[in-house]
Every structure is written in C-alpha cells, then in structure tokens.
Design a protein around this ligand. Sequence first.
Ligand code: HEM
Length: 471
Amino acid sequence: MSVTDALKQKVTSVTETAKIADLQRDLIDQSKGGLTTDHGVKVSDHDNWLKVTDGTHAGPSLLEDQIAREKIHRFDHERIPERVVHARGAGAHGYFKVYDDKASKYTYAPVLTDPSRTTPTFVRFSTVQGSRGSADTVRDVRGFAVKFYTDEGNWDIVGNDIPVFFIQDAIKFPDIIHAVKPEPHNEVPQGQSAHNNFWDFVGLQPEASHMVMWVMSDRGIPRSFRMMQGFGVNTYTLVNGKGERFFVKFHWLPELGVHSLMWDEALKICGQDPDFHRKDLEEAIQSGAYPKWQFAIQVIPETREHDFDFDILDATKVWPEELVPLEAIGEMVLDRVVDEFFPEVEQVAFCTSHVVPGIGFSDDPLLQGRNFSYFDTQITRLGVNWEELPINRPVCPVLNHQRDGAMRHKIHMGTVNYTPNRKQEIPPVPHSEGGYYEYVSTCLFTIVADPAYELQLPRESLGYEAAPARG
Ligand code: HEM
C-alpha cells in the first residue's frame, strides 16, 4: 500500500459510527482470494469462451460454457432505472450531533434532544433535471437528502438547496417535472432548467415565480456541495413529551458559507470537468477537510397556525426569519467517502414519510403527496425489499409481519406471520415503550393530537392497544 493510500484510508475512517460498523458485514476485501463464479466455483480462464474448432477456423462459441454465459448474463443486467428526478448525484457518510437538549421543549425525539448521541448519517447531493451522466455545474436546483440512522429507526430529511418549491400541491409534480426535463420530441436540453417548455409552464403557473427567482439567481449554480445551504422545504411537526405539537422547518447552514459559480465559469467547467462537484466532495473528505453544516429549526406552535398573513403550510413561501427566528441546535459532519458508488449512492433511497417518534407531518399538500410518492418510486427503482439493502437498513431492530416479495433477504424463524396471533409474537409497541404516535383518531373528521393518549391505552390480553373510543 502506498503512503498516499495508507493516509487516505486513515483519514477516511475517522468516525466508526453504528452504520459504518453495520456495513462491515457486506464489505468485500478484493485484495484476497482468487476468481470464482457467483455460485462460488473457482475460475481458471476468464478470457476465452469455449469454442468448437477444427484446428483451422476459430469456430463458434458453445452455450456449454456456463462460466462465459454467467459473465455475460450478469453484465447484461447491470443497469437499474435511474431516479425519475435527481438522477445525478454524489454521496458521503457522516454523523450528526445536537449541542444540548434545548429542543426538548418541542420534541421528545432523542436524535434532536440527546447531546450524548452521535447519529450516523448518509447524505446524497444531486441535481434535479439531468440524467445520471449529466454535468454537475448546470443551472438547476440541488437535492440535499439526509438519512439519519437513529436508534429509533431511520429518519430522512429529503431537502433541496432552495427553501421554497415550484408548486403548492403534489398533484402538479408530474407537470413541473415534465416541463423542466428535456423536451419530449427531441430529449433536449440535458441538465439545463431554462428552456421553452419550462418557461411555458412557469409562465402559466404564477405560484412557481418565487422558486424561479431562486433558480435563476446565483444560487442556481453552486460552487461546491460543501457550500450549499439545505432546506427541508416542507413543514413537518414536532411533538414534545406533553403531547404539544409544533410546526417546524429544517435548515442546514454550511460552515464554509454559501458560494456560487459565475455563469461563464460554470459553462466552462461543464465541458472541462463534468464531475466537478462529486470530485470536490470526495477530495475534500479524503484530504481531511470535512464538510460541516449547522442544523437549525424554525418553530411555530400549532396554536399559532393562523396568526400569519400567509399560509404557513404553503411550500412556495418561506417563513421570514424576523418573524420565526432560526434556532441552531446541532451540526453534521461528512467524514467518509463511499467504498463503492452503486451499492451506496445509487441504491440509497429516501422517503419523506420516514420519521421517528417525536417528529411528524403537517397538512402541507406538497408533503402529503411526497409521503406517498417516494416509497412508491423506490419499488420501481429497487424492488419492494429496498429497505433491506445495506445502505438503507436501519441500525436498530426491524421486526414485523411484512413478508416475501422479490429479493427477500431476511429469514424469520416462527410459524405465524399475521396479527393478532395466539403466540403474541411481534405485538404492537405502546407509546410509553417507544411506539410511534402523533395522532389519535377520534372520529372520521376530527383528528387531533391527544396528550392523554398514553392514559387511554390499556394493553389488552393479547398485548394490543385498544382503539381509542370514537366520539
Ligand atoms: C419540497 C419539494 C421537494 C423536494 C425538496 C424534493 C427533494 C428530492 C430529493 C433531494 C430527491 C433525491 C433523493 C436522493 O438523493 O436519492 C428527490 C427525489 C425524488 N422526488 Fe422529490 N422533492 C420535492 C418534491 C417532490 C414531489 C412533490 C414529489 C412527488 C409527488 C417528488 C418525488 C420524487 C421522486 C419520485 C424522487 C426519486 C426518488 C428516488 O428514485 O430515489 N418530489 N426529491
């Protein structure tokens, strides 16, 4: 191993988080051992396909050669569908810590309140419009998706580098994306968001104006992923130990400040180094210049929802900081590059619906649609068992009666796969023992957060929570 490689290895393995430890069981050291087939048989010749020959002619290749066939079969199926948006991206591992427990007045989620914790994270930065091979320095929105591997399950903040969005309601998402993507008749342009169909759509959709101003400003061409702000954009909720609910927006503030490329620089770099941003991220981490963001929240008590002269659940608006100040509560550092791009960056899959106890959703109609969309699209891209993939699996136990589907990895020991069951296997977990809770359904039309929820939950003989009475 060269000195540079040794240094690189040392620098890239500073933080051994629970997730890094979890991934160890799937890491392959390819410096040891010889070539085998996928079924483990040692291979002596990987260059020549078995042929029938009369000694003069090369002769046709024989289907008999199972080793050659396997090599070609596997190659033929290497591609999976790219993401329908945000196809071009780069990722890295890191960790998240809160400074203290001051957010406990808003939430009981330990990831946001326990300063003794180091929560592993995986971040994927992306562009939106271009396909997987498009250039990095195009004018576009950038994705800023963070997966927190908490002890209470995975929590994903699937954000962007711009605080607002083009549309108010998720039902318009296919339209804005069709309009911004390459045009349907000739698949042009690649990676660029300013073109005829885009201007046609946003000109007819006034709610897009705010976001268009951001995209067409210098923010549209960041200098580095390390110099981007991140925003959860949508309004989520926090719930504290007393059952009080708060609306919240999430913010990432880069330690290096926010910097952009000049339009002329960006165009030149597109040609000279289309991998500019992903290389910048990798090289910074490898040289020990770990990118760092402060994590801040903006909080509005649920009771103050209508105290503003704009709809606080409308994702085309920001919450002015002079009305709702940022509260910095933690920080995230990215300190480890990936070992292999495909199983980590390509297979990582985020869902806005992935929250942990103490965090929930608002009625923001964009968020509501997103909560449906992400799981659904992962099924197309990765298959229904995508949460078993190494980069996606939680670091805490996963136990339920979900079964089967393509590419199932887990093997459950037991004779029941349903609930309720006579053995009381895999019972629901009450809120007092960590079960997720944000709402109690009291009637079809009134759904309220009820602080008395715990008191209403006598566990029945089978260990299941009684449904609160409808009233
Ligand atoms: C606030 C607005 C939105 C933001 C901030 C946002 C952000 C993102 C980000 C960062 C990704 C890339 C995730 C990754 O790195 O793998 C992504 C992917 C995606 N988004 Fe959104 N998005 C927004 C709105 C929507 C809406 C309204 C929908 C649908 C109703 C949607 C559907 C998707 C889909 C289908 C993907 C591809 C996911 C995958 O294949 O992994 N997004 N989004």
